[in-house]
Design a binder for this molecule. Structure first.
Ligand SMILES: O=C(O)CCC(=O)c1ccccc1C(=O)O
Ligand SMILES: [Mg+2]
Length: 401
C-alpha cells in the first residue's frame, strides 16, 4: 500500500520486454506534398512492436525525414537489432531509462518509435492513456491510483489543429483555403517559397479568402535570406500572420534573432530543432518566439516534453506537429499535446489525410479543426495487420528515405 492507503503496484508486477520486432513500410501520398525543401510523393518508416512477458503488446513508429534530421530509414534499420537485444528482459520502466541514456547515439526517430511502443505497453498495463502516463511526475516507479487520477484529470481530450496548404499555384491555394474554412478549420498553415511578389500576393489572397478571424501561419522551410524575409514579412504585417516557421536556414541563429527584432510577425524555429541541445542553443540565442516540435525529430515524447518545459520557462510557446508519419506516430504526438495543456496554439497534426493509408484500425478523424485524443489504454490506436502487409517496404534501399 502506498501513502494515504493508495495501492501501488510493486516492481515485481511490472511487465518486462520479451521481444522487439519491426516492419518497414512505404505509403504513397496520392496528391504529393510540396514544400520549399522537396516534393514528397511517398512516406516510409518503421512500425515497432514490443511484446511483454505478460502477453501485452505496444506499438510505435519511426518516421525519419533526412531533409530535416533524425537519420535515414537505413540508419533506423541498422540500429534496431542491437537496441532490441539490449531491451530484452528489461522491465518497461527500466527500458525507458535505458533508452533515455541513448540520446545522441541513435537516430531521434528510432528513440521516438521504441519509446512510444514501451509507453503504449505500459499504458495498457496501468490501464491509462498514453497522455495520462506523460502527465505523471515520473515513470520510474508504478504510480498510485491517486497519481493516475490526478494525471488523467490534467490532460486534454481534444486538440485544435491547423490544416496545411503545400506550395502550389495561387488559384489552387486559394481554393484549398476556401475548402479548409468550409470544413471548420480555424487555423491554416501556408507553405511559402522564395519569390518576393508572388509570396506576398499569395498571402494577401489567402487572407482575403479566409476572412479576418481564421488564424494564418506561414512556413518558409528555410527558403529565405534575411533581406527577403524582412521584405516579405514587413509587407505582410497587415495580414495578421500568427507566426512564420523557419524563415532562414537552420544554421543562421543570429539572423533569426535579428529578424525577431526587425519585424513584428513572430518567428518560429522548426528545422533547427533536432534535439534538446539544439533547442537550448536556440533559446540561448533568443532566436525564436515559438518552437515547432516534432516528437520524431526531437528524440521522442518525453524529450519533446522536456523541450516544452525549457522553452516555456523562457517564455517561448510550443506547437506539436507531425512529420506526415502514419497513424501510430500521429497518435503519439497527439498524446504529447494532450498531456501538455499549456500548449494553447493549434497543433500541426492534421496530416493523416495526405497518406493513402494510416496503417491503423481506427480513424483519427478531424472534425471542425479538432482531433479527439483516444482515451482507451496506451496509444488507443492499433496497427492494421492487413495494411502493414499491403504497404510493407520489402527492400528499403540503403541510404535512401
Ligand atoms: O505543421 C503541419 O501542419 C504539418 C507538418 C508539416 O508541415 C511538416 C511535415 C513534414 C515535414 C515538415 C513539416 C514542416 O513543418 O515543415
Ligand atoms: Mg515547418
Amino acid at each position: 500500500m502506498g501513502s494515504a492507503g493508495h495501492f501501488r503496484l510493486t516492481i515485481r508486477d511490472l511487465p518486462s520486454i520479451r521481444e522487439v520486432t519491426w516492419i518497414p513500410y512505404r505509403v504513397p501520398l496520392p496528391s504529393s506534398f510540396t514544400s520549399a525543401h522537396e516534393e514528397l510523393a511517398t512516406r516510409s518508416g518503421v512500425i515497432i512492436e514490443i511484446q511483454t512477458n505478460t502477453g501485452s503488446i505496444g506499438s510505435g513508429e519511426c518516421a525519419p525525414l533526412p531533409e530535416f534530421s533524425g537519420g535515414t530509414l537505413q540508419d533506423v534499420l541498422t540500429c534496431l537489432p542491437t537496441l532490441a537485444l539490449q531491451l530484452r528482459d528489461q522491465t518497461l520502466p527500466a527500458a525507458l531509462k535505458h533508452l533515455a541514456q541513448l540520446h545522441g547515439t541513435l537516430p531521434t526517430t528510432a528513440i521516438c518509435g521504441v519509446e512510444t511502443a514501451i509507453l503504449d505497453a505500459l499504458g495498457r498495463h496501468y490501464r491509462c492513456s498514453l497522455a495520462t502516463l506523460l502527465a505523471l511526475p515520473t515513470l520510474d516507479e508504478a504510480p498510485t491510483t491517486h497519481a493516475l487520477e490526478l494525471a488523467s484529470s490534467q490532460i486534454r481530450h481534444t486538440i485544435a489543429v491547423n490544416t496545411v496548404i503545400g506550395s502550389q499555384t495561387l488559384d489552387a491555394a486559394v481554393e484549398r483555403a476556401r475548402q479548409a474554412v468550409a470544413q471548420g478549420y480555424s487555423c491554416i498553415k501556408l507553405k511559402v517559397g522564395p519569390q518576393l511578389r508572388q509570396t506576398i500576393e499569395l498571402i494577401a489572397a489567402v487572407r482575403t479568402t479566409i476572412g479576418p478571424t481564421v488564424h494564418l501561419r506561414l512556413d518558409a522551410n528555410e527558403a529565405w535570406d534575411f533581406e527577403l524575409a524582412r521584405s516579405i514579412l514587413s509587407a505582410c504585417e497587415q495580414w495578421a500572420i500568427q507566426y512564420v516557421e523557419q524563415p532562414l536556414p537552420r544554421s543562421d541563429l543570429a539572423g533569426m534573432a535579428a529578424l525577431r527584432q526587425a519585424v513584428t510577425i513572430p518567428i518560429a524555429a522548426d528545422e533547427v530543432l533536432s534535439d534538446l541541445a539544439s533547442a537550448r542553443r536556440v533559446l540561448e540565442a533568443e532566436a525564436a518566439t515559438i518552437f515547432i516540435i516534432k516528437p520524431q525529430l526531437a528524440g521522442g515524447l518525453r524529450q519533446s516534453q522536456q523541450m516544452i518545459r525549457e522553452a516555456n520557462a523562457r517564455g517561448v510557446q510550443c506547437v506539436i506537429t507531425s512529420t506526415i508519419e502514419a497513424g501510430i506516430g500521429v497518435a503519439s504526438a497527439l498524446h504529447v499535446a494532450a498531456a501538455t495543456p499549456q500548449l494553447t496554439l493549434e497543433c500541426g497534426l492534421a496530416t493523416l489525410p495526405m497518406l493513402a493509408d494510416d496503417l491503423i484500425q481506427e480513424t483519427l478523424s478531424i472534425q471542425h479543426g479538432h482531433i479527439q485524443v483516444p482515451s482507451t489504454p496506451g496509444l488507443g490506436v492499433h496497427t492494421d495487420p492487413a495494411a502493414l502487409t499491403k504497404w510493407r517496404f520489402k527492400e528499403p534501399p540503403s541510404g535512401d528515405n
